[in-house]
Design a protein around this ligand. Sequence first.
Ligand code: GAL
Length: 871
Amino acid sequence: MGAADAAALTISNADSTQSVRERIAFNDGWLFRQGDPAHIGGALDYERVRDWVLPTGDHLLADATRRAPAGTPTPDANYTNGTTWAQPDFDDTKWRALDLPHDWGVEGDFRQDLPGETGKLPWFGTAWYRKHFDSPASDAGRRVYLDIDGAMSNALVWLNGRLIGGWPYGYTSWRVDLTPHLRPGEINTLAIRLDNARESSRWYPGGGLYRNVWLVKTNPVHVAQWGVFVTTPVVTREAATVDIAVTLDNTTATGANVELALRVFEADAQGRPAGAPVALGEPARVKVDAARQANYSHTVTLAAPRLWSLAARHRYVAETLVIASGALVDRVTTPFGIRKTDTTADRGFLLNGERVPIRGVCLHHDLGALGAAINLRAMERQLEILREMGCNAIRTSHNPPAPELLELCDLMGFLVMDEAFDCWAMGKKRDDYSRFFDDWHEKDLRALVRRDRNHPCVIQWSIGNEIREQGRSDGWKLAARLAAIVREEDRTRPIACGFNGVRSGYSGFHAVMDIVGYNYKPHEYARFRAAHPHIPLLGAETASTISSRGEYFFPVGENKNDGRADNQVSSYDLYAPRWATTPDDEWRAQDENPAVLGEFVWTGFDYLGEPTPYNDDATNLLNFSDPVERARAEKELAELGRVRTLARSSYFGIIDLAGFPKDRFYHYQARWRPDLPMAHILPHWNWPERIGEITPVHVYTSADEAELFLNGKSLGRKKRSPLEYRFRWDEIVYEPGELKVLTWKNGRPWAEAARTTTGPAAKLTLGADRAALRADGQDLSFITVTIADRDGRPVPRARNLIRFHVTGPAEIIATDNGDATDHTAFRSTARRAYNALALVIIRSRPGSPGAITLTAESDGLAGARVDLRSE
Ligand code: GAL
């Protein structure tokens, strides 16, 4: 059979038989237990098991001589293979049964004795997962792999009592080969041990098998992991050249001759082929030597390609078919996008020839009250909220994201700065990634790029954030080495890094990067541009403004250290740590330096951990490589007495931990969606104790003129001056009633907004983001609870305690309110409102459709209910 015939016949084959490739979700039916068996001692510490774990992912090392010889790992049977909890016959019947993704840290209670830096949650320590699974007899002769999208962290994997590999870095996607110790036709037992050192993270990392896990079964000759790489070297409106490079693995002891066939389709929303092929590759014969890999590249031309852009997220899918002796042996589909990107020093970032200013945010990986355990709907909701604000880009600070985030960014139209590391060989915490850097950086970096390089959303790689090697005169050499690794895997995207050292723009680092990314250096943009007119410049991390939703403190201080009380930060958006700025200061610098690519604001959402300025340890000292600044920061911390504080989550978010916009949301929206008629007033207008007192009013709007009225009386009409981003009426004397703003743009009425003094709290109202859930055990409804006065107006300072109850095929999996100091466990079904709002997250039950009702009650207030459906 010729390859072309094979191509014609295969789809049905591939979909209806097991003879090709299977990728099976492997999330259900795990058993879990924290701790270690008593006999373990330190026997499984990284230093002890290193040699046996190290061969995992060896194929990612370019220099074959650095790979472990065949036959390893061969751990000492006495204490690793002898580990009781790894044995197939160990009695695990009393272990907790659960499904993945799972984060054991977020289930715990907040503890005041734990550091705020990592969220005051018990994510550290060791824990085990076990799973018994049936390997059908048909697995004999096939390759069977366990693919883990991310395990936090230091994973060790045993199959049927044999240690078969592991992976230290908790954010990388990796694979272990089960084949050598798999027992087809029998029940097999997997055991995975994780080990999180307490001093290993600057934010809440979570703990557990917190991303998806897959079982992948292939024939012995197959497309390698991440073995298809699609690039589009020439893109015009008339035609696109598409290069599809395929890497094949031959895991047998004899050479193989195969045929490769290629078809390109339009992709449906799931990235599957839709309709008839739009291009066919020339069939090719490829020889793959025994136990080797082989590469082959096809080139096809597509006429009138439909381009991927932020507005039209059009995708294609490449189908790779491998045929041996006339039979189809593998089929892999690879979604990709056709788009042209240019990252320029003088015209910013261009997508398909048009400038797209990067209006981005940095995101940590936690999903608020859901912790680190990934959930597609929760990620999608975050992106929906960000899109509403006008955000068009995400920096995956400071680590590889869940693959699903990139899938969502492809589909929803976001640009991504895909980041590898928060440190290299010089660490920021005693037990952080620096421990593993020498052994693992090449594998981690190649794994990231290979996994993510087909996503049209990914526009640049970041090899690190504020790495301490910046302080060394030869630090740039390591940057050059990492950049070279990335370029070996992908030459189509520029490489950046987040520099906090001004000198990194001049000291050699700048010369080995494609983009210089400055963290918090708006005052350096002009100087850098003058010195390096040919290097693209990015605000890799900007602002770090801090605020608590709905809090306002008086008098309104103008110094960025002001605005702090009660472990909260005033929401006038004037406050920031020493190294940081207001949004306004950053924008001024961008507008004065329009060549800057744009920015990634720290951060889109509040996250667990790092509750600056109420952080309780010395982490932020590491922001200062300059000894003078560092000494000053040390002194300040000493004065604070390094007190343990209350806060468990950050204040940096434009949006709070529960997903409720802070005032700043409207500040960014005004700038990022200049065509959206909008206006927003702050503060709220419930200040019975401030009658007769000066109470400044600020307005965020996309208009250029605004007039403020208090109880119908004009307080003045203002025009926005150049480089001014907010309207301020700083001398307003408070009286209850209605504050109203009218705005104009280009002389025409534009948008208006009002704030009214409300009556006392009288009732609850509930609003679900979606009324219908999929009955798949994963879909979520996010329900906002508002404390309202008699007329239904949110009561801005209300903090009433609310109790929730659900009936029907769903459960309340978490509640929150966005208060960084609230220590009520996320799993609690009773929660205080924080400044009028609370959040309830409901999850459907798998396979049980039906009506769901959530009720909310609070003493002295009229209760509320909301009806949902699971279908
Ligand atoms: C930056 C750092 C971030 C975060 C931020 C807080 O310097 O890169 O990870 O710590 O400071 O302002």
